[in-house]
Design a protein around this ligand. Sequence first.
Ligand code: ZN
Length: 328
Amino acid sequence: MVLKLLRSPAEWLLLFLFTATFSGCGGSQSTADPRSSSTTSVTPGATATAEASKTTLPAVATYSILADWVTEVAGDHVRLTTLVGPGGDAHTYEPTPQDSVALSKAVLVFENGLGFEAWLDRLFESSRSKATRVVVTREIHGRTLSDEHGHNESDPHVWHDPQFAIQMVREIELALKKADPDHSGEYQQNADRYVAELEELNTWILGQITMIPESRRKLVTTHDTFGYFAERYGFRVSSVMGTVSSEVSDPSAAQIAAIIEHIRREQVPAIFAENILNPQLTEQVAREAAVKLVPTLFTDALGPEGSDGDSYLKMMRSNVLKIVESLQ
Ligand code: ZN
């Protein structure tokens, strides 16, 4: 019936265009960007493959350890900005205007969660970012810590347990596959390879720990960072500053006296400084308690490029070697 009404070639052309446009829209309704689907359908084969391998996802990782994992899984398919870099303290971090710009351009934002990045919600909102937020501890039920005022908070330091690291790496893999299904196979392969390395790390740590007599498995650090490590490998932990609060204040003279008393009573063989914190306080405690102060551990951040803590695997091995050497 409609066809009978079409008299000129121009009208046929209009019908053709209309049909093409209409079916084009219908076909790509389920995908986010109709332009990308038309690009691949017009240029199949070599050109499309070249296009796909060239695309990199702009992404943000909130801290250096997480950034290392994202890089392991994503390879060069992600253009990654790290907000709190090597040696930085995420608990007390003050975001910069550049952080806001990075968030506004990102497609994915990888974050630890469990209260580690207390500044992120506000920063994310003010950046007007449209990124998907990937909370890598989504499936991890964190430990609860109480501060001296009886407030409960989650312990965010999950990365010190390689078994949790595996879970977080799998979350990264999942998010990348969802955001960039073209490279799913590669993300899978990278994650599998890295998870095998994390399993190996865990086995190695278990072997190393047996060199420390059980009565000496005591970790005293500046702040509460080794709770998950302690649970996994059978240590008792305490810290000079105690609380995991993001507003850690200088401990009072009474608190310092209490920790020194604890170190003596428990016959703690050594205490540890941390790469993210000024060692002054820990040095003072070590002096007054007359215990060994051990070379700095990498706690909430990687070490600088070229150091023995410039990747998660290296940082963990370096920490364990220092712990074993000081406590055995
Ligand atoms: Zn911390």
